[in-house]
Design a protein around this ligand. Structure first.
Ligand code: AMP
Ligand code: MN
Ligand code: MN
Length: 324
């Protein structure tokens, strides 16, 4: 991959009259944080631009972000933007959901992403650094420090916290920690923010986590831990993708397991699987890419057809090949 230098956002948007912003379907903390930070930054510093943000409805935990109620549904919009900014996802493919058609129509696309499966960046202007902890870390690079305010800092901090498991995962660098340090100086209640967006679970989430853990199974002599909820489980509990947040993380804590897999039924015969690796031996982005998904070496996802057992047979087979 070519060495990418930061985008100067203010310069890139100089002659733009309209800007659209989006991230990926089933938005997570980094997706919501990075796109909302972009929205707030442009609104504050370039108020003459007609700026819109399109995402699937963000989980309620992100209601603490300023102007989150300005998020629009792309399926209700049909217009041409001068610039479209796509963060935390590859531009091409179906992960941008309904916003895809707006991106296709726009005059210029800026892609800010950190997924290793987003090969060379997929916009007209790209800032794609797989080593970055989060899209938020890269969005911060594109901002002028003196033009950031407490609300923008808070949105960025949420993304950094969520994609690093509260600054724990191996994607954390000195730069990530320095950024977290800078962001908390803006003066929001970071401790409460971590509790309320990362650790707290609803009663339903707690019960579903318990069900997955109590039925969890092991593969490859305990090197892979796996759990699932069927589509019927999801329907019976009125559960949504929002309720699945963090479950795969708990499966990582099984002693001896290098790889954790969690999947939930999104329709009859189709699962959304999340994979996490705790070892350099297994690159889960490669495993997921084989089935049309992607992500990072240590955290990746894929949508895949079959029963839990059938899908696990396929995934475990590919995971096993990666152990030298
Ligand atoms: P998840 O397991 O959904 O939390 O995703 C883990 C990481 O992989 C996140 O950075 C996602 O954005 C990414 N990811 C998940 N599903 C896909 C997919 N189908 N294609 C590409 N990247 C994905
Ligand atoms: Mn994401
Ligand atoms: Mn991310």
């Amino acid at each position: 991959m070519q060495k990418m230098t930061r985008i100067d956002l203010i310069t890139e948007l100089k002659s733009a009259k309209s800007v659209g912003i989006t991230g990926h379907i089933r938005p997570d903390g980094d997706c919501v944080g990075s796109t909302m930070a972009l929205y707030l930054y442009i609104k504050k510093n370039l108020p003459e631009i007609d700026t819109h943000i399109y995402l699937e409805k963000p989980p309620a935990i992100y209601d603490c972000i300023k102007d989150i109620d300005r998020v629009e549904d792309a399926s209700l919009c049909d217009r041409e933007f001068d610039v479209f900014i796509v963060a935390d996802v590859t531009v091409t493919g179906d992960r941008t959901g309904e916003a895809g058609k707006l991106i296709d129509k726009s005059k210029k696309v800026i892609n800010i992403d950190h997924h290793i499966t987003n090969k060379d960046g997929s916009g007209d202007v790209n800032y794609v650094i797989p080593e970055a902890s989060s899209a938020c870390e890269l969005v911060y690079d594109c901002f002028e420090e003196e033009l950031i305010d407490v609300e923008i800092a808070k949105a960025l901090y949420i993304g950094v916290i969520h994609d690093t498991g509260v600054l724990q995962y191996s994607n954390v660098s000195k730069k990530t920690l320095e950024l977290a340090g800078k962001l908390i100086t803006y003066g929001f209640d970071f401790s409460k923010l971590i509790d309320e967006t990362f650790y707290q679970k609803t009663f339903l989430q707690t019960k579903l986590l318990g069900k997955v853990l109590s039925e969890c199974v092991l593969f490859l002599d305990g090197r892979v831990s796996a759990g699932h909820l069927t589509f019927e489980d999801m329907q019976a509990n009125h559960a949504t993708s929002e309720d699945m947040d963090g479950i795969v993380n708990q499966l990582r804590f099984v002693k001896g397991a290098d790889v954790a897999v969690f999947m939930y039924g999104i329709s009859e015969g189709t699962y959304k699987a999340s994979l996490r690796s705790s070892t350099d031996d297994v690159d889960v982005s490669k495993v997921c890419a084989l089935f049309g998904g992607g992500g990072h070496k240590r955290a990746a996802g894929v949508t895949i057809d079959g029963t839990f057992e059938e899908i696990m047979t396929k995934l475990v087979n590919e995971i096993e090949k990666q152990y030298a």
